[in-house]
Ligand binder design. Structure first.
Ligand code: HEC
Ligand code: HEC
Ligand code: HEC
Length: 434
């Protein structure tokens, strides 16, 4: 029988090995700075490929501050723990990545470690970029190093409190939550499906917004694409739990990702706007089609004709709402303020979503609907040539709440949302501080 002492010694030994093991796991050396003369040169095709991938990864969205130079960093990202500023990734040798070798850049994208060997915070979605092949990462490097203007601008210190700001602790987070390594094709699926999955899980990092996160901010792998709150909006589920009344099909996804609007589904507003308009649409059609094929499989939707859908039929049969003789405030306001544009499933042909079908009226939370009603969708942020007007000054909180309640009850026929007027007041205040 082992004595207490030997058990104790074993425990200590295991602890020492674990600490040493963690140290080895956590430690990354510095990669020597690259001098200007060592900079590789790149061919035009690689640079162009890099430009498209840089767009599809929305690198500029996070790495450009409001009114700042492209890719010069200092865009603030609010996390539950403090604000992190995106780094300067222009080819400036002192404050950007100008002295980073291709190897150092690859390590940052694949392992979330900077050139000096410090761990990066996962506000940088390296947990997705780790899936990308070396060729694609090298193409992004080629684009950033040769096409982006070097800007000398130091990145601000983050406001993460001690001890969470100790970067080596990030190694523990990585050990627990990040599945490092390149994308592994699923041989049971087609090449097109695998291409779509590679893009969606890697460069386009759809899960960064559409997958719920745990208490310490890591995506919950078993709930991939189950829908999540992001920047005061709701990124709807992209699984069979998607609330839209008409199932998303491969071609509908492709259209939405290419143009920012699906025929029956509505549009990419809020944080989804730049994903489409500043990024994805740069991808070749074959890639957008591949993402559509992959997502349609994730959602498990049969490719049925929307004209046979009972909600679409009911909407068409209901005809145009009549603004006269309304008892209910919401119904009256809807008929006067909205119905000229959103009358029924026919209006979708002219680019105005049917609100009986749209996820904004069908999600468990009213946030997206309220955002769109208050602030509209401008021609720049939405579909070119059409505008969804803002009702921020025209309608009071109670009026916006009444329209939302009417749409939820009479058009979507779903359980009422609670505390609507308060929710409207909160969202009105949030947008004002942005
Ligand atoms: C969701 C926001 C976001 C997106 C999208 C994003 N980044 Fe970042 N990135 C960050 C943040 C925040 C940091 C700083 C992390 C830190 O300080 O630990 C960062 C850091 C980096 C670094 C390390 C730089 C350094 O000096 O340490 C590189 C390289 C980088 N990003 C490249 C990219 C590229 C290339 C893309 C597009 C493919 C991209 N990022 C997309 C937020 C983002
Ligand atoms: C920066 C966060 C963010 C990223 C990244 C993101 N989304 Fe979204 N997505 C949203 C939000 C927020 C909405 C709701 C927008 C609205 O209601 O107009 C949305 C809406 C959608 C919708 C419409 C769903 C519905 O039922 O109306 C689809 C489809 C979609 N996203 C697909 C994608 C795909 C595919 C990717 C990756 C290529 C992606 N998203 C990346 C935040 C994001
Ligand atoms: C002048 C015409 C017009 C009026 C009036 C109007 N809308 Fe819209 N609405 C649009 C257009 C156009 C779009 C699509 C914008 C785009 O594609 O960029 C839209 C989009 C929407 C969306 C879709 C958001 C999404 O994420 O898919 C919602 C919800 C919406 N409107 C609600 C309303 C409500 C509620 C009212 C009344 C308070 C209203 N609209 C009044 C034209 C209008």
């Amino acid at each position: 029988m082992p004595s207490i002492k030997s058990v104790f010694l074993t425990v200590v030994a295991v602890g020492v090995v674990a600490v040493a093991g963690f140290g080895i796991y956590a430690y990354h050396g510095a990669i020597p700075a690259m001098s200007a003369s060592e900079r590789p040169s790149f061919d035009a095709a690689t640079i162009e490929k890099g430009r498209v991938l840089t767009a599809a990864g929305y690198c500029a969205n996070c790495h450009t501050a409001k009114g700042g130079e492209p890719f010069a960093g200092n865009y603030p990202i609010a996390t539950g723990f403090g604000t992190i500023y995106a780094s300067n990734i222009t080819p400036d040798a002192d404050t950007g990545i100008g002295s980073w070798s291709p190897e150092a850049f690859r390590r940052s994208m694949h392992e979330g470690v900077d050139r000096n060997g410090s761990h990066l915070f996962p506000a940088f979605p390296y947990d997705h970029f780790t899936k990308m092949g070396d060729d694609d990462v090298d193409a992004i490097y080629a684009y950033l190093m040769s096409e982006v203007k070097p800007v000398n601008e130091a990145t601000k210190e983050n406001s993460i409190p001690f001890p969470l700001n100790i970067r080596v602790l990030q190694a523990g987070w990585k050990l627990l939550f990040v599945d490092f390594g390149r994308y592994q094709p699923d041989t049971a699926k087609s090449d097109e499906w695998n291409r779509g999955a590679y893009l969606a899980e890697g460069i386009a990092h759809c899960g960064a917004c559409h997958t719920p996160r745990n208490a310490v901010g890591a995506e919950i792998a078993s709930e991939q694409y189950a829908g999540a709150a992001i920047d005061n909006w709701i990124a709807p589920a992209l699984t069979s739990a998607n609330p839209s009344a008409v199932g998303w099909t491969a071609s509908e996804y492709t259209k939405y990702l290419e143009t920012g609007a699906g025929t029956y589904h509505g549009i990419a507003a809020g944080p989804m706007g730049p994903v489409v308009h500043a990024g994805l649409r740069e991808l070749p059609d074959s890639d957008l089609k591949a993402i559509g094929t992959y997502l349609a499989d994730v959602a498990g939707n049969p490719d049925t004709d929307p004209a046979d859908n009972p909600v679409v039929k009911a909407s068409l049969e209901a005809g145009r709402p009549d603004p006269t003789y309304r008892k209910d405030l919401g119904e009256r306001l809807y008929a006067t303020a909205c119905a000229a544009c959103h009358y029924n499933a026919e209006s979708v042909q002219e680019g105005r979503p049917d609100l009986a079908i749209n996820s904004a009226t069908r999600l468990d939370q009213p946030d997206n609907l309220i955002h769109v009603m208050l602030d509209g969708v401008s021609a720049e942020n939405g579909t070119k040539g059409v505008v969804m007007p803002a009702f921020r000054t025209a309608l009071s909180d109670d009026e916006v709440a009444a329209i939302a309640a009417y749409l939820r009850d009479k058009r979507a026929d779903l359980p009422a949302w609670n505390d609507l007027p308060k929710k409207v007041a909160d969202i009105r205040a949030q947008a004002e501080t942005h």
